[in-house]
Design a protein around this ligand. Structure first.
Ligand code: AMP
Length: 209
């Protein structure tokens, strides 16, 4: 099963991806996570780091190269879930080619639908456990008392000054993927508002599982 999760920043792609991938035993491939790992280890070029922290999109070639290498790993054999890639029509076209070269196809694209005013609120309250990658919302899904504030990361691009730019980038570049995948008959729309476990149930049902 090759599944793509599409949705604006803060729509719950990462949260849903973690649950679905654990359930199906397939890897979650998040270009954002790969770029943040490169940033932590000092391998991310400064020009990319600045774009990322300000909430812009990296050039298509940079992220397509990451995916090209990643999907050949052994753990991708029985499928994978893409979270945060593709984000432009050019990336989506490149993905078709990358998969075709390997004799593979995308099975489904799940759109997580959340209104913009809710997204801004979710992003500024989002925190990630640095060790486990678990995602929390300070008000609605707070970390347990055993997780100290020093163990939580507030992403540089989740600060209010970058959030608006990321949402604008989604509307300008990524929203075009919805008609793109709809025309291919792959798009399944899911209401992304509600408790994370309720959204998971909708995602699984949209995927026929
Ligand atoms: P994410 O964790 O998916 O929200 O990604 C964080 C940031 O990484 C984005 O705001 C972009 O700067 C960059 N990024 C991640 N994936 C992509 C992509 N597919 N295309 C361009 N930039 C990306």
């Amino acid at each position: 099963m090759i599944v793509i999760l599409v949705g604006p920043p803060g729509s719950g792609k990462g949260t849903q991806a973690q649950v679905v991938c654990a359930k199906w035993g397939i890897p979650q491939i998040s270009t954002g996570d790969m770029l943040r790992a490169a940033k932590r280890s000092g391998r991310l070029e400064k020009r990319y780091l600045d774009v990322m922290d300000a909430g812009g999109l990296l050039p298509d070639e940079a992220v397509i190269g990451l995916i090209d290498q990643r999907i050949d790993a052994e753990d991708c054999g029985s499928g994978f879930l893409l979270d945060g890639f593709p984000r432009t029509v050019a990336q989506a076209d490149a993905l078709v080619e990358l998969l075709a070269k390997r004799g593979r196809l995308t099975d489904a694209v799940v759109q997580l639908d959340v209104a913009r005013d809710l997204l801004e609120e979710r992003l500024v309250h989002r925190r990630t456990d640095k060790k486990t990658g678990q995602i929390y919302h300070l008000l609605y899904n707070p970390p347990p008392p055993s997780v100290g504030s020093e163990e939580l990361e507030h992403r540089a691009d989740d600060r209010p000054e970058s959030v608006g730019k990321r949402l604008d980038a989604y509307e300008a570049m990524t929203a075009a993927l919805l008609p793109y995948y709809e025309n291919k008959g792959l798009l399944r729309r899911v209401d992304g508002v509600g408790k994370p476990e309720d959204v998971t149930a909708r995602v699984l049902s949209a995927l026929g599982r």
